[in-house]
Design a protein around this ligand. Structure first.
Ligand code: TEU
Ligand code: CA
Length: 540
């Protein structure tokens, strides 16, 4: 099966399923749920980091790339997971955090102990630049008592690796070979577009790392080296790069097959349309015009220049999309389905984030004490330091915190959502009684809607292989697009608002059939009324 037909499911292991009563998700819990994921119909599971880590950034601070964190289980548990998944037709994608390591990694510890070889693994300077960390504050910290400073674009416990050093690249390529030898068929590369730092680092305006370290041209060389030395040798392996603050031009270069870099890329511009002036820690209604323009621009250019997008609304760093884009509890179900159709019928590879298939929503925490995410806690303090009142600062964090998507999956209506028999590491969501897998499978319709979308991608080549063209780009309510492949075509209409609207159906679709809709199928006529959050796909 081509990567264009696959649907990938993301699991944040710490919050998926706990089987040994420690309040934290584990590998055995994932193995136990493989039949559920097979029922959904997904093809690959992306696991957020499961490696040895002090968990300052929930595993994105890696202390050993080839050791399983005991909190998740053992390497034998992981081997059993790979085997069980494979037996159910599901492959595994691992998360490679290659821009930085935990300061508890032996490489950093040996560097601190004075070993020159390992000091050259990191970015040390006598004179730090004026760069700021993505998690707030200075991006440099004292390197022991050497008088030097080490670079950390993220948390102070996450030391950036120096990719200019061929020994660093070799170490990381060996890590990929280790996991490839175990049958891993997918790799997600964390913030892979910031690994390329220049030899001479300068003060510069901090526009999310541009021009200092984001999308530096050298990145493409490093990724090509990695491709040719490791995963490029196995045509079955799927790779996805997480691209922080990137551009379409770069994403075409990262994913055009002839360049031997990556299969696809994540970009996040569509998840910043509810940021005021581009600032995350603010509250603003989402800007539909901007959202529509982004999807049309990216969809068209990636289609024309043979790039390939990862398509997603949710992940472990984002609040739930239903909370951001769907108004009113009464619209949760139709809204969840509209958002799903809009992604799954589009040009790219769709990702389903755990719980999205049952319409999970943000937890509605009552106080800051419930938040754990380092980025959120730093942001709260920075808001207070900026003179924002505690209640307003809390509301802002509540709307944007990464913890919104890190609460336990809601399997049943039991006290901890059936995730664990003991109190979980993070509070469960208030919606456990109404929104859980058991209830959804018995009487819901979101799960079966996702099943159908995932199946349609395999049945109708126009979805996986079709071109992309904008439809009614100036419409104030509808995000519409047309897909074309050989003599077939698909018109997809998505009403992004809670009021109905009318749309003219082009003549070429009047004789078509409705492939999927989140309301009872309307008759296909020249004029169709789209109900609140209605999605409609007409196929010819
Ligand atoms: O995320 C990179 C990153 O920039 C996001 O955390 C960003 O802050 C978020 O998407 C909101 O804009 C990756 C991982 O996904 C994240 O979990 C890690 O914390 C981070 O890198 C450092 O490894
Ligand atoms: Ca556990």
């Amino acid at each position: 099966m081509s990567f264009k037909e696959k649907v990938i499911y993301q699991i944040y292991p710490k919050s998926f399923m706990d089987t040994n009563r420690d309040g934290m998700g584990d590998l055995q819990g994932i193995t136990q749920k493989i039949p559920y994921l097979e029922k959904l119909g997904i093809d690959m599971i992306w696991l957020s980091p499961i490696y040895k880590s002090p968990q300052k950034d929930n595993g994105y601070d890696v202390a050993d790339y080839t050791a399983i964190n005991p909190m998740f289980g053992t390497m034998a548990d992981f081997d059993r997971l790979i085997e069980t998944a494979k037996a159910h037709g599901i492959e595994i994608m691992l998360d490679m955090v290659f821009n930085h390591v935990s300061i508890e990694h032996e490489w950093f510890q040996k560097a601190l102990a004075g070993e020159k070889k390992y000091q050259d693994y990191f970015i040390l300077r006598d004179e730090p630049t004026d760069w700021i960390s993505k998690f707030g504050g200075n991006a440099w910290a004292p390197f022991g008592d050497s008088g030097k400073y080490y670079l950390h674009l993220y948390d102070v416990t996450q030391a950036d690796l120096d990719w200019r050093n061929p020994e660093v690249r070799e170490e990381l390529f060996d890590v990929l070979h280790f996991w490839m030898d175990k049958g891993i068929k997918g790799f997600r590369f964390d913030v892979i577009n910031v690994i390329g730092k220049d030899e001479v680092l300068k003060d510069c305006p901090q526009d999310d790392g541009k021009p200092a370290y984001t999308d530096r041209p050298i990145n493409h060389e490093y990724i090509q080296l990695m491709n040719r030395a490791t995963f490029g040798k196995d045509p079955e392996i799927v790779t996805v790069g997480e691209m922080s603050s990137t551009t379409i031009e770069n994403c075409v270069l990262y994913t055009n097959r002839e360049r031997e870099e990556l299969t696809m890329t994540f970009n996040f511009h569509h998840l910043k349309v509810d940021y005021e002036d581009g600032r995350k820690w603010t509250q603003a209604p989402f800007d539909f015009e901007k959202l529509k323009e982004l999807f049309h621009t990216w969809g068209t250019q990636m289609s024309e220049e043979q790039g390939w997008n990862a398509l997603f609304w949710n992940n472990h760093d984002q609040p739930r999309a239903i909370n951001r884009f769907i108004k009113g509890k009464e619209h949760r179900v139709v809204g969840a389905k509209m958002l799903a159709s809009m992604i799954h019928l589009n040009r790219g590879t769709p990702y389903v984030y755990m719980g999205e298939e049952i319409g999970m929503i943000d937890p509605d925490f009552d106080s800051m004490e419930q938040y754990i995410d380092i980025e959120s806690l730093n942001a709260y303090q920075e808001l207070l330091d900026a003179g924002i009142k505690p209640q307003e600062a809390f509301e802002i964090v509540k709307s944007k915190s990464r913890d919104n998507s890190r609460i336990p999956v809601q399997w049943t209506a039991e006290q901890y959502g059936g995730f664990s028999e003991v109190e979980p590491w993070i509070s469960v969501g208030k919606s456990v009684p109404e929104i859980n897998v058991e209830k959804e499978l018995k009487e819901g319709s979101i799960f079966s809607y996702y099943q159908k979308l995932i199946q349609l991608r395999k049945e109708y080549p126009v979805i996986a292989k079709g071109s992309y063209e904008a439809f009614v780009p100036d419409n104030q309510q509808i995000y519409g697009y047309i897909r074309r492949f050989e003599n077939h075509r698909l018109l997809v209409l998505n009403n992004f608002f809670s009021k109905e609207t009318t749309i003219e159906v082009p003549k070429e679709f009047l004789a078509g059939k409705i492939l999927i809709s989140n309301y009872d199928d309307p008759k296909i006529e020249e004029q169709i009324i789209l109900k609140p959050y209605q999605s409609l796909a007409i196929y010819c």
